[in-house]
Design a binder for this molecule. Structure first.
Ligand SMILES: [Zn+2]
Length: 337
């Protein structure tokens, strides 16, 4: 099979590898679509993210969907032919965090495209049967792949306690911000303000249902008519994070999704005086059933985010699309083409 590997910063190449065989409890998936994430682009440009360093050829891509073509021992044969969305992290299922249901915090997590675990820029991948989630035929391959970033939005809304009538502020209208806007609305939020410096992305947020658009080049999130109760921080831009936390209503919740470096200034007196809750998020746990339901019911549109499609031999173009084109939102790689 053909596989796209990252050899080091700025160096991706198409290579031939053996099709993997599914082990006990595993399925083999013929990959139809893989979303390109900012983390893939970061590995491509820098060869590392924090302490995760690319030291041997790494297959990128962790937002994947496809069709099961083979099952390993112990997996029902009926699963062959099933279209599935792949949840890219498989925890050990036995540690204290896993047993508490917080499997996203499992210290033994094996996550696609995180060194040394290979991802899905490949014609075939294997995964644990429970992490290959069946999707309905009405859902496109791209949408099935983008259930992964959608899961980040679902998890952020859960952590933020978004519910009917919530006033929500989303900072950053990139792919994650745009799914966060849609998730907040689907969770029942009635006011969803979104801020960004990119007018095209703001306009798309408006089309997807955001009720207030804040052009951060000339407006401030502190000037909203009513203070938001929940912040879904998706920009990772330290000055924006501080301003947004200061804008929160009393007893508000700030959910930090975007990655903005190791340390940022925190408006601590505001956090104390208003009893704000500030939390991080790390990936997600048990979000696929919700994500599948939201897309199937038409409550969330992830196909709308796709601005480019590439073949496996165009991985480099796919990884640099967001740099080259400011109107690019989400690109996908289709490994069978
Ligand atoms: Zn575990």
């Amino acid at each position: 099979m053909r596989v796209s590997v990252l050899n080091g910063p700025g160096d991706v190449a198409l290579v031939e590898r053996e099709v993997p065989r599914p082990g006990p409890g595993q399925v083999l998936v013929r990959v139809a679509s893989v979303g390109v994430c900012g983390s893939d682009t970061h590995y491509y440009e820098h060869g590392r993210i924090g302490s995760y360093v690319v030291e041997q050829p790494l297959v990128l891509g962790h937002e994947a969907a496809g069709t099961i073509t083979e099952v390993g021992p112990g997996v029902p044969e009926q699963r062959v032919g099933q279209r599935v969305s792949i949840e890219p992290g498989v925890p050990d299922l036995t540690c204290e965090q896993c047993l508490a249901g917080r499997y996203n915090l499992c210290p033994d997590m094996r996550f696609y495209a995180t060194p040394p675990i290979d991802g899905a820029f490949a014609e075939y991948v294997v995964t644990h049967e429970a992490f290959a989630h069946p999707v309905p035929d009405t859902m496109s391959d791209d949408a099935a792949a983008l259930l992964e970033p959608l899961s980040v939005g679902v998890w952020a809304c859960r952590k933020g306690g978004v519910t009917a009538g919530s006033r929500v502020l989303v900072t950053g209208a990139g792919p994650i911000g745009l799914v966060a806007v849609q998730c907040a609305l689907a969770f029942g939020a009635t006011e969803v303000a979104v801020s960004d410096v990119n007018p095209a992305r703001l306009a798309l947020a408006g089309e997807l249902g955001a009720t207030t658009l804040v052009d951060a080049r000339e407006q401030r999130v502190g000037d909203l008519d009513r203070p938001p109760q929940v912040l879904l921080e998706c920009s990772g831009f330290p000055p924006a994070i501080g301003d947004a936390i200061r804008a929160l209503d009393r007893a508000g919740r700030a959910v930090l999704v975007g990655m903005g470096g190791d340390e940022i200034p925190l408006p601590l007196s505001r956090v104390q005086e208003r009893e704000l809750v500030v939390t991080g998020t790390f990936r997600y746990a048990n979000t696929w059933p919700t994500a599948i339901a939201l897309v199937s019911a038409g409550r969330v549109d992830v196909d709308r985010l796709v601005t480019g499609t590439f073949g496996l031999d165009q991985a480099e173009e796919a990884l640099t699309a967001s740099r080259r084109d400011p109107s690019s939102v989400k690109v996908v790689v289709r490994p069978q083409t």
